[in-house]
Design a protein around this ligand. Structure first.
Ligand SMILES: Nc1nc2c(c(=O)[nH]1)N[C@H]1C(S)=C(S)[C@@H](COP(=O)(O)O)O[C@H]1N2
Ligand SMILES: [Mo]
Length: 532
């Protein structure tokens, strides 16, 4: 290399040692970063093809299977339930040491370092292939991981030792233009990101698999038969179906990604102002007599005419039975429920235990709760907006008082007490629809959970109210469908409004208010144009 070429090169950093070779430190880090990339890519590929085939897991499993029994017993008695963690950490430390060795070897002779990383890959592939649950895809994570590691070590080593041919001016690739430290940092970051991504994928798959394996028991108390004439799945001509399909059910929560809870890992602690604490596993819960009920959930954020409302058949264990077992002490008036992701809500103890079908739900329309709707267990209390009743992924219920604690949304200005307001919604005709002169069916849903709907009325252009026909529903805890026959004679634009009256005879208010702090109100309306 000529002196001129040398001076035109970037200023040598500390990564250089004399003689154009990378420093020991850089080489050691290059080895570590390459190993990190190996594991990261391994985790990512495992997350896609088979979570159990992650390189650390298969090697760990192979070690456990081959370790003599006395050593295993020693590990269990010394580390207790942390024994697996200790094993994985030990393997991690070993891998790190070998990675440093690979980096330093590569500094002397690239082929030696590459061979060591390759050897680690072979160990992973063999361990994967011999796992009892191995499929043909099991070796893939270790194989691709090792490939990525070899590539990274090669690139890093060549960049760090100035004697490599790719340092010449002819080489102008992106990798060649990056400084060696950036390159090192890049490899480390890619390793971390792929690793984290792989773990996340694996957890999602685990929760899905766990859900798929759940077999719900038959309800001890089945839901009452629906009155004749309702087909729960069918909404005629745009009318909302009585039963909302799980896939169509509105979802409202603070979770950026759906919490991944395996049923096997779930447990619920009930404690606080109680005479006896209780801890329940998912298996415990399924063994209890379960009740199935139609209940319509509503979000406090639902605007007039909005869609944050849905009706499902929930299967669960009654909350009053649960609370009977822990026996709340005098003065308690609130259930402080916490989700696995830290979300909290404060539900009134009175409504949870006044005989309504409040429950710890495990089933929704005949299947285990979908993950988005709280798998494996959520709360449901008829008649209260979701943010004070319907904790998804619930893992802790503290019996306490409203005076003692506030929860996620009540800390943000929403009301402490939030019974669902009587409401009605027009679904048919759609807004701004054109309809033909003559008989025009107007239809929708109305709800006043736990009080029931006794009357639904419709008016046109602020005329007099006319009674709609209410389709019978399963109970006062659900919405009902309604239909009104409008004899539309006058061509042009018309405003259709609806209002409901609850089971206690109280009509829905026309006062227009926004959802915060305790739910929206006002009449839903639709503008339609009648044409000849
Ligand atoms: N863990 C948890 N549970 C939660 C929430 C949440 O953000 N996190 N949101 C609540 C709100 S505001 C509503 S309206 C209902 C919605 O339930 P869904 O998403 O199953 O329809 O869940 C309630 N339970
Ligand atoms: Mo909500």
């Amino acid at each position: 290399m000529s002196a001129a070429a040398r001076t035109s090169e970037p200023v040598p950093g500390r990564a250089y040692a004399s003689g154009g070779r990378a420093s020991w430190g850089f080489s050691a880090l290059a080895g570590l970063a390459s190993a990190g990339l190996t594991l990261g890519v391994g985790e990512l590929v495992a997350g896609v093809v088979a979570p159990a085939a992650a390189p650390l897991l298969v090697v760990g499993g192979a070690v456990v299977d081959r370790v003599p029994a006395p050593v295993k017993e020693f590990a269990i008695s010394t580390f207790g339930s942390n024994d697996k963690l200790v094993l994985l950490l030990t393997i991690g430390v070993l891998v790190a040491a070998l990675a440093v060795a690979a980096g330093l070897l590569a500094r002397r002779r690239l082929a030696l370092g590459v061979a060591l990383v390759g050897l680690l890959g072979v160990v992973g592939v063999l361990a994967a292939a011999t796992r009892p649950d191995a499929t043909a895809l099991f070796p893939l994570p270790s194989l691709l991981g090792a490939g990525a590691g070899v590539f990274a070590l090669t690139v890093l080593t060549r960049r760090a030792t100035r004697t490599g041919p790719e340092e010449g001016p002819a080489r102008r690739g992106t990798l060649a233009r990056l400084s060696r430290r950036r390159l090192l940092g890049g490899v480390a970051v890619v390793g971390a990101v792929t690793g984290a991504g792989g773990r996340l994928l694996a957890r999602v798959r685990d929760a899905e698999a766990s859900r798929a394996a759940v077999v719900l028991p038959a309800p001890a108390e089945p839901a009452p038969a629906l009155p004749a004439g309702i087909d729960p799945r069918i909404g005629a001509d745009g009318l909302t179906p009585y039963a909302t399909r799980n896939a169509d059910f509105y979802r409202v929560d603070t979770a950026l990604s759906v919490p991944d809870v395996r049923a096997e890992d779930w447990s619920l602690r009930v404690h606080g102002m109680v005479e006896e604490e209780l801890e329940l596993s998912f298996a415990d819960l399924l063994a209890l007599p379960l009740r199935e009920r139609w209940i319509t959930l509503t979000c406090v954020s639902n605007e007039v005419g909005g869609s944050y409302v849905g009706n499902a058949r929930w299967l669960g264990y009654p909350l009053d039975a649960l609370l009977e077992r822990v026996r709340p002490t005098g003065g308690a008036d609130m259930l402080y429920a916490t989700s696995v992701d830290g979300f909290t809500l404060s539900a009134p103890l009175r409504e949870a235990t006044d005989g309504r079908d409040a429950m710890l739900a495990v089933g929704m329309n005949g299947s285990p709760l979908p993950r988005e709707h709280g798998f494996p267990v959520r709360m449901v209390i008829p008649g209260l907006y979701g943010y004070v009743s319907a904790c998804k992924w619930v893992v802790d219920i503290e019996v306490t008082t409203f005076a003692a604690k506030t929860a996620y949304w009540t800390d943000r200005g929403w009301a402490q007490q939030a019974p669902i307001k009587t409401a009605s919604r027009i679904d048919v005709p759609a807004s701004f629809a054109q309809v033909r002169r003559g008989r025009v069916p107007i239809a929708g849903v109305a709800w006043a959970q736990h009080r029931g709907v006794s009357k639904v009325e419709v008016r046109i252009d602020s005329g007099s109210w006319g009674a709609a026909t209410i389709v019978p529903s399963a109970s006062e805890d659900t919405w009902c469908q309604w239909v009104y026959d409008w004899d539309a004679q006058e061509e042009g634009s018309h405003v259709v409004e609806v209002r409901a009256t609850d089971g206690e005879g109280v009509p829905q208010t026309d006062e227009v208010v926004a959802p915060i702090p305790n739910g929206s109100s006002g009449y839903d309306s639709t503008t339609v144009t009648v044409v000849a």
